[in-house]
Design a protein around this ligand. Structure first.
Ligand code: PLP
Length: 394
């Protein structure tokens, strides 16, 4: 099958590289191959300058300082670095950490590794829409709480956390606040100072940049304590050594700029398309919305259809690229940990399908996807003994 004919509705798994990003990166993959750490010739100076320009764009975009940005291989690394690096450096002060069960695996698993090292983690509950209240965080904070990790926008169900309120409470209690902002970086307004954020993770490939590059922003005034995970070379102020990925970093700077400059207009048009899709799917009997009805990522639509298996539906929607749960859980065939944490029954969690919309989607595509989904839900239900039984007992 020609994959170019597929309708892509999986923007929360990854996004295509924008042409403007590709153009900005190209020279750095060709003639301008210098090592940004080389201080004795123009090849190095030019590369170093390009890296600093990207660093400045990214820092300015969130109200931080350029030297507070550390380049990484992506948000998985940034999250690991933030949690392991900060929690261990604060060990003398306390060993209590707070997070939520709906976080990305790259937050959950380092926290579980810290638990195995003797740290204690309080897992905050979320409601049926994936929301948590600032008062819950307040109640969980203790004098020995050093670090709180809560995401901005959930990658599976799209629910947005009130980071400003959460950050303010952390500040009042003297706990550091790490925010995984991978799904909102460039797309939703974020200001690290105003939002009380101490560490922030983001990734280029979720906003039309290249894969394999991300940032960890770490507050410097006052300096957040930090213990590196890798040693050698002293790059990135020793926080994350290794020769810098110059083309990737240039690409991330450009991707942020492109996304950020049309932020509200683009997100509004994506939200309108998403709402149009929901309006059509909502009319299918037994269709439920997973996640927030009030505060969610513009492009996210996560739905379940009663008596329809999500995997089966996805497989029958040929030519439409969407996913069940997140890209990571879809490889595992396990019910989504996010939906289970939200109190969904395992059948609903297994039945869910995530359409995530983004740059380039059209109203015609959405129309087609809605029509095909209606047809396939109907067809699969006709094949379902469970559905038949439910119909007969009505
Ligand atoms: C995609 C994603 C990650 C992982 O980012 P990578 O750059 O792919 O490692 C982490 N957190 C969230 C919320 C994500 O959506």
């Amino acid at each position: 099958m020609n994959t170019n004919q597929e309708i892509y509705l999986d923007y929360q798994a990854t996004t295509p590289v924008d042409q403007r990003v590709l153009d900005a990166m190209e020279p750095w993959l060709r003639d301008q191959f210098g090592n940004a750490a080389s201080r004795s010739h123009a090849f190095g100076w030019e590369a170093g300058k390009a890296v600093e320009e990207a660093r400045t764009i990214l820092a300015n975009g969130i109200g931080g300082q350029p030297r507070e940005i550390t380049f990484t291989s992506g948000a998985t690394e940034s999250n690991n670095l933030a949690l392991l690096g900060c929690a261990r450096a604060c060990k003398e002060r306390g060993m209590h950490l707070i997070s939520a069960r709906t976080e990305h695996k790259s937050v959950l698993e380092p926290l579980e590794a810290l638990q195995a090292e003797g740290f204690e983690v309080t897992w905050l509950d979320v409601d049926r829409e994936g929301h948590l209240k600032a008062t819950q965080l307040e109640a969980a904070l203790r004098p020995d709480t050093t670090l709180v990790s809560l995401m901005h926008g959930n990658n599976e169900v799209g629910t947005l956390h009130p980071i400003h309120e959460l950050g303010t409470i952390c500040q009042q209690h003297g706990a550091f606040f790490h925010c995984d902002a991978t799904q909102t970086f460039g797309k939703e307004p974020i200001n690290v100072a105003e939002n009380g954020i101490d560490l922030l993770s983001a990734s280029a490939h979720k906003m039309h940049g290249p894969k394999g590059v991300g940032i960890l922003w770490i507050k410097s005034r006052p300096q957040v304590p930090f213990a590196p995970l890798m040693y050698g070379g002293g790059h990135e102020r020793g926080i994350r050594p290794g020769t810098l990925n110059v083309p990737g970093i240039v690409g991330m700077g450009e991707a942020f700029q492109v996304t950020h400059e049309s932020q509200s207009a683009e997100q509004n048009s994506i939200r309108n398309l998403r709402d149009a899709l929901w309006e059509k799917l909502e009319s299918i009997e037994g269709c439920t919305l997973n996640g927030s009805s009030s505060s969610r990522l513009a492009g996210n639509l996560n739905v379940s259809f009663k008596h329809v298996d999500g995997e089966a539906l996805l497989a029958s929607l040929e030519g439409i690229a969407a996913s069940t749960g997140s890209a990571c859980t879809s490889a595992e065939l396990a019910p989504s940990h996010v939906l289970l944490a939200m109190g969904a029954e395992s059948a609903t969690a297994r039945g869910s399908i995530r359409f995530s919309l983004g740059r380039g989607n059209t109203a015609a595509e959405i129309e087609w996807v809605a029509k095909r989904t209606q047809e396939e839900v109907k067809r699969l239900r006709e094949l379902s003994p469970l559905h038949k039984m439910a119909q007969e007992t009505q």
